[in-house]
Design a protein around this ligand. Structure first.
Ligand SMILES: *Cc1c(COP(=O)(O)O)cnc(C)c1O
Length: 473
């Protein structure tokens, strides 16, 4: 190979920057003040007080010049907008599904799907339900059941497709409940748990076979379909020469429908869709769409949003982009774990999860180690992350008032698409390392306020010990 085309060690961002958004620099003292003011809950921080925002990868993508150009082409006609046809044809050509229903985001697609197909007492299996998916299933009186493979539940276990569904347990569940109680089976790609762990083509195929045998439709929660397809290309036998677009077509050839949040792999700031091959079902879903979202050719979105998503869905399949995307997440994970920071292995497609309980072993789960780590990362370097542990998934027993811990204490660093450069990630590595080096001095937190449901969004806390004493600028 001539040197000019030899593989370089450094994977660069496959874009240059046309529009910039300033980051306001802050001092450690300022950040301590910001945290105190909002009861140490980073959800309450104005985003202007954050230096690097790793709260979520949802709706936070940077749009491309082509997407902004498409925004200007948006046709805002109420019915039959040109932008709708462009959106519909793009989705059809990528996913190969027949009926495409635009929605304002993923959960709207979920609500329309599940309220159309689920009855009280039904069961919906998934590798792991995303929280809005579970909530929309449960709102219909049905039960959401998670069937991850056992390896998926062990943070340190390196399995190439940790997002897979346990096919044997799926078979057993169908036997137990009866196929007529299961309106559909769902596979979430990538599986959000563990930072976006992929599902293999082999697993999609095996799950689809079980579904076919019992005449149960298979749906894919497609939010990170492109990241999943690139993991298949990198890790699954027989796919290294297959273009990602073909891998996506094969993945969805096994499905009868999908739900999608364009705020993830749509590279958009808003939008989503529901797709199905079932014409009669699509008609009922459109009736509900009109009732709550809008006319079927815009589904609660502006024409310009449909345009931006149509372009984003094409751009997300570019392999230079996907190589950079997965490499940048892996870069963060591998660097911090090389210093000893315990993370969920291997790094996923959109986020790194730090095991806060292993990071702060001197704290008990009820000392809220994830919350303590989130607060320290913010004070140390203005990095906003999110606790996924007892604050989010624990609860207070309504009878005894006793606090019940979650099963794991994690902190998620979710990486927005095309937003931060390698030097931003290097900075975050440095911040995490500084907190890691003074971990023995980090104390816990307790609640001073919590709402009865979804408490993590509005809770307030206080430190159990004088907060963040060591370190410095
Ligand atoms: C974000 C997400 C959803 C919900 O989409 P919204 O656009 O936030 O409503 C559903 N499933 C998964 C896996 C997601 O990541």
């Amino acid at each position: 190979m001539p040197p000019s085309v030899a593989k370089r060690r450094t994977i660069i961002e496959p874009f240059k920057i046309k529009v910039v958004e300033p980051i306001r620099m802050t001092t450690r003292e300022e950040r301590i003040g910001y945290l105190e003011r909002c009861g140490y809950n980073v959800f309450s921080l104005p985003a202007d007080e954050v230096l690097i925002d790793f709260l979520t990868d949802s709706g936070t993508s940077a749009m491309s010049a082509e997407q902004w150009a498409a925004v200007m082409r948006g046709d805002e006609s109420y019915a039959g907008s040109r932008s709708y046809y462009r959106f519909r044809d793009t989705v059809k050509s990528i996913f190969g599904l027949r009926h495409i229903i635009p929605t304002h985001q993923g959960r709207a697609a979920e609500r329309i799907l599940f309220s159309t197909v689920c009855r009280t007492g039904d069961v919906v299996p998934n590798n792991t339900h995303f929280d809005t998916t579970r909530a929309n299933i449960e709102a219909t009186g049905a039960r959401a059941v998670d069937l991850p493979i056992p390896e998926g539940l062990v943070p340190s276990h390196r399995h190439p497709f940790k997002g897979n569904m346990d096919v044997e347990r799926l078979g057993a569940l169908i036997e137990e409940e009866g196929a007529d109680r299961i309106p559909l089976v769902m596979l979430t790609v990538t599986n959000n748990t563990g930072g976006g762990q992929p599902v293999s083509m082999e697993n999609i195929r095996a799950v689809a076979e079980v579904c076919r045998a019992h005449e149960i439709p298979l749906y894919i929660d497609a939010c990170r379909f492109a990241e999943n397809a690139y993991f298949i290309k990198l890790r699954e036998d027989g796919y290294d020469d297959v273009p990602v677009r073909e891998i996506v077509r094969e993945m969805f050839s096994h499905a009868d429908g999908c739900t999608m949040s364009a705020k993830k792999d749509g590279l958009s700031n808003i939008g989503g869709f529901l797709a199905t091959n079932d014409e009669a079902l699509a008609e009922r879903e459109r009736d509900l769409l009109i009732l709550t979202e809008g006319f079927p050719t815009y589904g609660g979105l502006a024409g310009r949003d449909l345009e931006a998503t149509a372009v984003g869905l094409e751009e997300v399949l570019e392999e230079d982009y996907l190589e950079y995307r997965l490499a940048s997440v892996r870069y963060l994970g591998e660097h911090i774990s090389s210093y000893g920071v315990p993370i969920m292995q291997p790094p996923g497609g959109h986020a790194i999860y730090i095991d806060a309980q292993a990071f702060l072993p001197h704290l008990t789960p009820l000392d809220l180690p994830g919350q303590a780590l989130v607060a320290e990362l913010f004070v140390e370097g203005g990095v906003r992350s999110v606790e996924i542990g007892t604050v989010m998934f624990g609860h207070r027993d309504p009878d005894s008032g006793e606090e019940i811990a979650a099963s794991m204490e994690l902190v998620r660093l979710a990486i927005p698409r095309r937003v931060y450069t390698q030097s931003h990630v290097d900075y975050v590595v440095e911040v995490i390392r500084a907190v890691w080096e003074r971990r023995a001095s980090i104390g816990g937190f307790r609640f001073t306020f919590q709402a009865p449901a979804l408490r993590h969004f509005t809770a307030r806390f206080e430190p159990l010990y004088p907060f963040s004493q060591e370190g410095g600028e």
